[in-house]
Design a protein around this ligand. Structure first.
Ligand SMILES: [Zn+2]
Length: 882
């Protein structure tokens, strides 16, 4: 078995253009649950050589049934076919037609890569290397071809037949109970963007008129009976299509755009040309079934996949090392869309929280890698926070450095220059250099150096000279394979806040203007002096989180409180509160571990009280302010010798203090934000609910009277947001109301797997010793299935990722349970197993007892002789690196 071997690493520096191009692909797919026949006819041409190279096509577990070259059956001596490759050593000198027949068993495909069945619906997932599980092909993104797809199936089993592109013809097959449909996609695309769907699906249809007046049919396909849960997804689609025209000048190109929701899906969604396939979690929503967070995720993911039509499909990646070219850029685009649709500061704070929770942690551990990796053993393991979220931050920094109009010129040039091509990160950045005249050579280090840059800033005021001087030093810590780093280009947005709370004007002492308030760092140490500063200012650093860095500065608790109250930059107001809380929590964790007494921080309480009582602030923003750093945030801040029990104790103590000290204001806010009108998923309404539920949660931390409040909200809720928020709050306390509500929730929603996922997750996240047994018991519950990735993520993923104390139990039972699950899942679905195993990524930062337990569990997984390449790669890097 090829896939169980420790594969040779693939290296960026070894890239060579393909020997053969594929001009057209004609696919004829005859669907059958266990014996699907695929005929692929490839028009191939040698890529420039006079003596043609051998044709070498990739496969993965394929069964070849026939092979023809230019219409004639090939003699068995003329080729070598294995399940994993097809080689023709002496192909003809010019263009040729290769006709390949393969036989597939979609029902046996538990990996959910290639062609598989999800609740009876045939669907495909080809990124990154799934097309080779359908037919032999040069399965690499720089081979772009025009596809025509004919699908046939039993009419009763699959009345709907879909593929990429525009519909050509469809009809019955005379004398049989079967029918067919043919689709043609005129835009050349790589094989990873191929898709087909066959099944009994219901359809919701709408239309969209593009900026040039073309009428586009929009269709969302779902399980019959779920049509009434598609309205939000359709509305989001139309809004993002308009936004891409306005913000980037990009118009849709085919006559039809389709989204299909399926139950069993390894990822969130997939941007196949004209036929996006979605995890149903990111399509289906109604007030009774989905939370505000679900509505926001659906809007963002619908937009993300749609935006790929230009950044990913029309311009794709030359090779998988360039994955960030489509993902980082498209995440940036969906973040901007959400910022324009909702609240920009709230979106920025939420994104930075996620970046720190996932990407900063990855960057600080054994799995750290550059935004553009230099080598990989299994590409599926590089769909990471670094490639996606840090990749988006790099694009955002480009915009900060160049300004909005310079950025737009670079984007326009990129679309103009590379449309229809498979491009590289270097070509992308070159467009911005050419459009702006700015040298971006040093900026490219963001793509090649892993690790989060650490910036230390010292500000000093000279009252006599009325100058303010900043001394700035930067360093990037060592990461696996990269012991020494060079200085990065860091756009640092700064402000000097005067005693009146207003921004002072910034002027350098050499007369240069400070463009858009951004300092450009590009050396290990630099100084900047501002003139005409009449009073000692308070320094506001890395405004809007202008760079994905860790900043340390000589700011006092008074300075932070002042920033929290006055900064014109909302991000830094939030950051100041977080910094105050971080300092307190870190001190108290040390005190708890050392047997000392934890203390309170009056500055922090006062800052929160002021924010809670400021009617000018948007509720969603105040809700974020009231959310204290998570246990994982605190662990990341402490960095080494981490004791999750002490962290939970310190955090619980702080929340109890806030709940008690701000009790009346929290109660009043909770009361004021009660709503009795109909539910609306808009950002302002969602923000009010977020603040209301944050108040409830803090009140519950402070005492039992809020438990009754939570129980009442649970039973009286008219929407899922309020119901699940109340249940989550209740779940943290061992009160009789808890189990009653948990049981009631199951009774209400047992028929709806997506809602039961929330029920699984919240039980897995309860921070108490009985949770592991609860989770074990739930793995045997009829609602759970190891075969469905959503169920696995909801129960096991939530336990390992969001239950710091119980996953990291000192006795190692949490780790042993995860190892056991990874080993059970790996033979069926290596991608999801591999993703679960990344929960060990911070094991070296733990205190010695837990560190030893985690290492034992990792070594137990590593000892399995038939481990998949996916899991083997993650586990061996986790044990080696760092
Ligand atoms: Zn994407």
């Amino acid at each position: 078995m090829m896939r169980t071997e420790q594969a040779r690493p693939i290296r960026l520096e070894d890239y060579r253009p393909p020997d053969w191009r594929v001009e057209t692909v004609e696919l004829d797919v005859s669907l059958h649950p266990t014996a699907t026949k695929v005929r692929a006819t490839l028009k191939m041409s040698p890529n420039g050589e006079t003596v043609p190279a051998p044709i070498v096509l990739e496969g993965d577990g394929l069964t070849l049934t026939s092979l023809k070259l230019d219409g004639s059956e090939l003699h068995p001596d003329a080729y070598v076919a294995t399940p994993d490759s097809l080689t023709i050593a002496q192909p003809p000198a010019g263009t040729c037609y290769l006709q390949i027949d393969t036989l597939l068993d979609p029902s046996a495909n538990t990996q959910l890569m290639g062609l598989y069945r999800s609740s009876g619906t045939y669907c495909t997932q080809c990124e990154a290397e799934g097309f080779r599980r359908i037919t032999y092909f040069p399965d690499r993104p720089d081979v772009m071809a025009v596809y025509t797809t004919r699908i046939e199936a039993e009419k009763s089993e699959a009345p709907i037949l879909l593929a990429n592109g525009n519909p050509v013809r469809a009809g019955d097959i005379p004398g049989t109970t079967r029918h067919f449909a043919e689709w043609h996609d005129p835009f050349p695309k790589p094989s990873y963007l191929f898709a087909l769907v066959g099944g009994n699906l219901a359809c919701v249809e709408d239309n969209f008129v593009t900026m040039s007046g073309r009428d586009i049919v929009l269709r969302i396909y779902v399980e019959p009976g779920k049509e009434d849960r598609c309205a939000w997804a359709m509305d989001s689609l139309k809004r993002c299509m308009r936004w891409d025209e306005e913000a980037f000048g990009r118009e849709y190109d085919l006559d039809i755009f389709m989204i299909v929701a399926v139950n069993d899906f390894n990822m969130g969604a997939m941007e196949n040309k004209g036929l996006n396939i979605f995890n149903d979690k990111y399509v289906l929503a109604s007030p009774e079934t989905a939370t505000d967070t679900d509505f926001a995720s659906i809007e963002a993911i619908i937009a993300h996949e749609y935006f790929h039509n230009w950044t990913g499909d029309r311009i794709t990646c030359r090779d998988w090392f360039q994955l960030c070219l489509k993902e980082g850029l498209t995440v940036f685009r969906d973040q901007e869309f959400t910022s324009d649709q909702r609240s920009r500061p709230v979106k920025r704070i939420s994104d930075v929280r996620l970046l720190r929770a996932h990407q900063f942690v990855e960057d600080a551990g054994p799995l750290a890698h550059p935004v553009r990796p230099r080598e990989y053993r299994e590409i599926n393991n590089f769909y990471t926070a670094t490639v996606y979220e840090k990749g988006a931050e790099v694009v955002r920094m480009l915009k900060t450095l160049l300004g909005p109009s310079g950025f737009r010129k670079g984007m326009d040039l990129y679309f103009e220059r590379h449309d229809g091509e498979a491009a590289t990160v270097d070509q992308f950045i070159q467009c911005f250099a050419d459009a702006s005249g700015i040298d971006l050579t040093q900026f490219m280090l963001w793509y090649s150096q892993a690790g989060t840059p650490e910036v230390v800033v010292t500000g000093s005021y000279d009252p006599a000279a009325q100058t303010y001087r900043l001394d700035v030093a930067q360093a990037v810590p060592p990461t696996p394979g990269q012991p020494v780093k060079e200085a990065m280009v860091i756009p640092l947005a700064v402000g000097l806040i005067g005693p009146d709370g207003r921004d002072m004007s910034l002027a350098f002492n050499d007369g240069r203007p400070v463009v858009r308030g951004v300092l450009t760092l590009n050396q290990p140490a630099q100084s900047f002096t501002f003139v005409g500063v009449p009073h000692r200012p308070v320094l506001s650093l890395n405004r809007g989180f202008s760079a994905p860095i860790k900043v340390t500065a000589n700011l006092s608790a008074d300075d932070l409180k002042f920033i929290a109250a006055h900064d014109s930059d909302p991000f830094n107001r939030w950051q100041a509160v977080q910094s105050l809380a971080n300092t307190l929590l870190t001190d108290n964790v040390a005190a708890i571990r050392g047997g000392g007494t934890p203390h309170d921080d009056e500055e922090l309480i006062a800052a929160l009280a002021a924010l809670l009582n400021d009617p000018a602030l948007e509720p969603a923003f105040v809700a974020l302010m009231l959310t204290m750093p998570s246990e994982a945030d605190i662990a990341r801040d402490i960095g080494r010798d981490v004791d999750p029990d002490a962290i939970l104790a310190a955090r619980t103590r702080l929340r109890t203090t806030i709940g008690a000290r701000l009790g009346p204001a929290l109660r009043e806010t909770y009361r004021r934000l009660q709503e009795d009108g109909p539910y609306s998923p808009d950002a302002a309404s969602a923000g009010r609910r977020a603040l209301k539920n944050a108040c409830l949660d803090l009140l519950a931390a402070a005492g039992v009277s809020a438990i009754a409040l939570a129980a009442r909200q649970y039973h009286q809720a008219t929407n899922m947001t309020d119901r699940i928020a109340a249940l989550t709050t209740l779940s943290h306390y061992g009160v009789p109301e808890r189990q009653a509500a948990i049981d009631d929730f199951y009774r209400r929603y047992a028929a709806d797997p997506l809602i039961i996922d929330k029920w699984l997750s919240l039980q897995a996240a309860i921070p108490e010793p009985a949770t592991l047994e609860r989770v074990r018991a739930l793995t045997a519950h009829p609602a759970f299935s190891l075969a469905n990735p959503n169920r696995v993520r909801a129960l096991i993923g939530a336990f390992a990722q969001s239950n710091q104390t119980q996953f990291n139990r000192a006795d190692g039972a949490g780790y042993a349970f995860l190892a056991e699950t990874v080993l059970a899942l790996d033979p069926k679905n290596p991608q999801v197993a591999s993703r679960l195993s990344t929960a060990f990524r911070s094991w070296r930062a733990l205190e010695p007892v837990r560190r030893a337990q985690a290492e034992t569990a990792l070594r137990h997984i590593a000892a399995e002789p038939k481990l998949s390449r996916d899991v083997n790669d993650i586990v061996s890097r986790s044990l080696d690196g760092g």
